[in-house]
Design a protein around this ligand. Structure first.
Ligand code: SF4
Length: 240
């Protein structure tokens, strides 16, 4: 069966595959997608630990594979510096952001709207401008309550495939990969963060839920920015 059409029980694989088997599986998924979609397969790089692991895997599949970064005016200075270093090292990483004027402190008054304007709209532009048919993410099903129902290969938007090659990796296995393959990471992890986002919406926590430090004190607490839940194509008005 085609690697991209597997119907494996993912919850079982999280606990039964060992580290090497998971790395080989992720590599095979990216390789198969690149073979099928070529240059229209693009990696989404959020500059977090999961994304840089996927980016490293993709570069080993083929150094020509392109990527995009969605950034906002509210990213911490450490993330902005790390982004500039990554883009310098990999010019095939294209940066997208939205500089539109927004109400002051929209992240407190309406974080969904803030994420929609600053994150979802630029990713729609990235998908359109880079002519993406398959985008590759660092999503993992053990990351938190909002991430348990994804599949390794999805088509949430018709005509736009989403590949989640490290979906079944645990947090420990991501760090294992980054250490063993000597991948550079965002320095904010040294400060104790486990999930990185915009500065006003991200805190250091000791909760079990890896994403518990995101949007603390709002209805979005531990939730999603919308990149993985909103439609990325065929949107009237604010997108493409
Ligand atoms: S994470 Fe916070 S600051 Fe960043 S876009 Fe979303 S609401 Fe706005």
């Amino acid at each position: 069966m085609d690697t991209l059409e597997n119907k494996d029980d993912l919850k079982k694989l999280v606990d039964t595959l060992n580290f090497k088997q998971k790395v080989d599986r992720a590599f095979a998924l990216i390789e198969a997608a690149y073979k099928k979609y070529g240059n229209s397969m693009v990696v989404a790089n959020s500059l977090g630990k999961d994304s840089v692991a996927v980016w490293d895997l993709a570069k080993r599949v083929n150094p020509k594979i392109r990527g995009f970064i969605i950034t906002t005016r509210f990213k911490p200075k450490e993330t902005k510096k790390f982004m500039n270093e990554e883009v310098k090292c990999y010019p095939e990483l294209k940066v997208f952001k939205n500089d539109a004027e927004i109400p002051d402190q929209l992240y407190y008054t309406d974080p969904d709207k803030c994420c929609d304007i600053l994150k979802v709209q630029p990713i729609r532009r990235a998908v359109q401008e880079m002519k993406v048919k398959c985008w590759v993410t660092g999503l993992r099903c053990t990351e938190g309550r909002t991430r348990t129902d994804f599949k390794e290969v999805e088509e949430r938007d018709k005509g736009l495939i989403k590949l989640n090659p490290i979906l079944i990796w645990k947090e420990r296995e991501v760090w294992q990969y980054l250490a063993l393959y000597e991948v550079k990471v965002n320095p904010l992890y040294k400060a104790g963060y486990r999930s990185l986002g915009c500065e006003p919406c991200t805190r250091i926590t000791n909760e079990d839920n890896e994403r518990a430090g995101r949007w603390i004190g709002t209805s979005k607490c531990g939730g999603e920015c919308g990149i993985h839940t909103r439609s990325l194509i065929n949107v009237n008005g604010d997108g493409i």
